[in-house]
Design a protein around this ligand. Structure first.
Ligand code: SAH
Ligand code: ZN
Ligand code: ZN
Ligand code: ZN
Ligand code: ZN
Length: 464
């Protein structure tokens, strides 16, 4: 197994991806989801092994699939460890105690009662992130709360809830309005009727509120997300508590069935899955879950479409392109830059556009993805896709080669286009940053998959 399998410890921090704060050469390799894996409150744990120089080193162990930070979930077990009955029982009890205080069903009932209340009695506890019924006010009396929660607010929970900010485990980066509108318009223009929203609560919310306001709006959405707070606002047909790193439905069979039924409607036609996962290093865990969702869709009886894949938009930073293509060779990366509301680096500043590294990867025909001309995107007739304004068609590569929106330059020695800030290093025999240290490693770099450097000095992570 090469370095390509490594799940680094620093990858889920998008700021770190652009800065010098990188994990060292050693890392963790993900071995996957074992059938007999023990469970933590986040579902079955994943099997890992420590690596050094791309080689497995030491005992294999299970750890939480969702939390990269041991402070959030400290589940740990050696693969070959004998776990005593007492510890198993304690673990089960621990898992039980870490379930949310209300079930989804209870939250749906609570919501029904909540909307019957007059505005003056509709409170939302900001500390507990919970809609409060009058009988509960007392218990939250010294918590901060919001009053007069309107129907509009209830229809935009992503505005009401604070975005989770834990960098390692679950940083929520919400789409800026224009990116969200762009995605939805694109989905509508492409003729889709159902959206499986995996970790895209804001897109889900935009679809839900349009559906409730406009009679002839036919698009429906099912949200799959690990953030259980959303169960307060959506029924069991609209939201499933789901872990996309181990394909785990917290609601068990019934929830899985909801998802399956959603995909099965209209013979599975006109469904698209849209996902915007946390930018962690567990690309293969995500890919394995997404393949399972695709397989669920594929089970529908479709006439003459045997080799089709469920259409998908996977929203992820461009420097993961090679990793995504490893698992989904049919995917293409689009030039569209996805913007976020609450991410300083990735949003449009008042003073002009900041470049966002986040892109849309899709298995749809690239020429079908029309990007907004008013934002500078243009259609390249040779590449048959829309590209950034700065992305020039290279005659030698015969393609529009820029990944980051800036104009790249062709290096005849590397025989490919590279970032404008790179230069050709004769030592390393490739183009790289001018301030790099020449070093040879056999294992490919975790991030870009290329040889010649390690993850910690990967040139694609540089913002300059
Ligand atoms: N841009 C999106 C939000 C992306 S942030 C939007 O505006 O709709 C990542 C999302 O993935 C969050 O909603 C977060 O709750 C969810 N998430 C994080 N870890 C997850 C996991 N293990 N399983 C499922 N969803 C997860
Ligand atoms: Zn409270
Ligand atoms: Zn081109
Ligand atoms: Zn070129
Ligand atoms: Zn070069």
């Amino acid at each position: 197994e090469g370095g390509g399998n490594m799940a680094a410890s620093g990858e889920s921090d998008p700021e770190g991806l652009c800065g010098p704060e990188r994990a060292g050469a050693g890392g963790l390799a993900l071995l996957g989801l074992a059938p007999s894996a023990p469970s933590c409150p986040h579902g079955p744990a994943l099997l890992f092994v420590k690596t050094s120089q791309g080689r497995e080193e030491g005992r294999r162990f299970y750890a939480c699939s969702a939390c990269r930070d041991r402070k959030d979930c400290n589940f740990f077990q050696w693969e070959d460890e004998k776990v005593s009955e007492t510890r198993l029982a304690a673990r089960e009890e621990y898992n039980r105690n870490h379930r949310p205080s209300f079930t989804h069903r209870q939250n749906v009932e609570r919501y029904k009662n909540f909307v019957l209340l007059p505005l003056s009695k509709r409170r939302f506890c900001q500390e507990c992130q919970q809609l409060l019924l009058p009988a509960e006010w007392e218990k939250h009396s010294n918590h901060q709360f919001l009053c007069d929660i309107s129907t509009v607010q209830l229809k935009s929970p992503s505005q009401l809830l604070y975005p989770l900010e834990n960098k390692k485990t679950n940083a929520q980066y919400l789409f800026a309005g224009r990116s969200c509108r762009f995605l939805l318009d694109l989905i509508i223009d492409l003729g889709f009727r159902r959206v499986l929203s995996v970790g895209t609560p804001r897109l889900h919310e935009m679809i839900q509120s349009k559906a409730s306001q406009e009679e002839d709006f036919k698009v429906r959405s099912l949200l799959l997300d690990i953030d259980f707070r959303y169960s307060q606002f959506y029924t069991e047909d609209e939201f499933c508590h789901y872990n996309m790193f181990n394909h785990y439905f917290f609601g068990g069979k019934a929830a899985r069935e909801t998802c399956r039924k959603f995909l099965y409607q209209d013979n599975g036609e006109r469904v698209i899955m849209v996902t915007d996962p946390p930018f962690g290093g567990l690309v293969e865990a995500l890919a394995s879950s997404f393949k399972k969702l695709m397989a669920m869709w594929k089970e529908t009886e479709k006439e003459g479409q045997d080799n089709q894949e469920m259409p998908m938009f996977w929203i992820f930073p461009y420097f993961f392109e090679s990793r995504i293509l490893e698992f989904f060779p049919s995917f293409t990366m689009m030039d569209y830059q996805v913007d976020y509301d609450n991410h300083a680096l990735y949003k449009h500043g008042k003073t002009g556009r900041r470049q966002s590294p986040v892109r849309i990867f899709t298995n749809l025909t690239p020429s079908m993805i029309v990007l907004p001309v008013e934002e500078g995107y243009r259609f390249c007739t040779i590449c048959q896709r829309y590209v950034s304004s700065g992305n020039q068609h290279c005659e030698i590569c015969n393609s529009c080669t820029s990944k980051d929106g800036r104009q790249w330059k062709h290096c005849v020695l590397c025989n490919k286009c590279v970032k404008p800030s790179w230069f050709h290093c004769n030592n390393c025999n490739c183009c790289t940053l001018s301030n790099h240290t020449c070093e040879k490693t056999d294992a490919g770099c975790f991030v870009c998959g290329k040889a010649g450097h390690k993850r910690s000095t990967c040139p694609s992570l540089s913002c300059t």
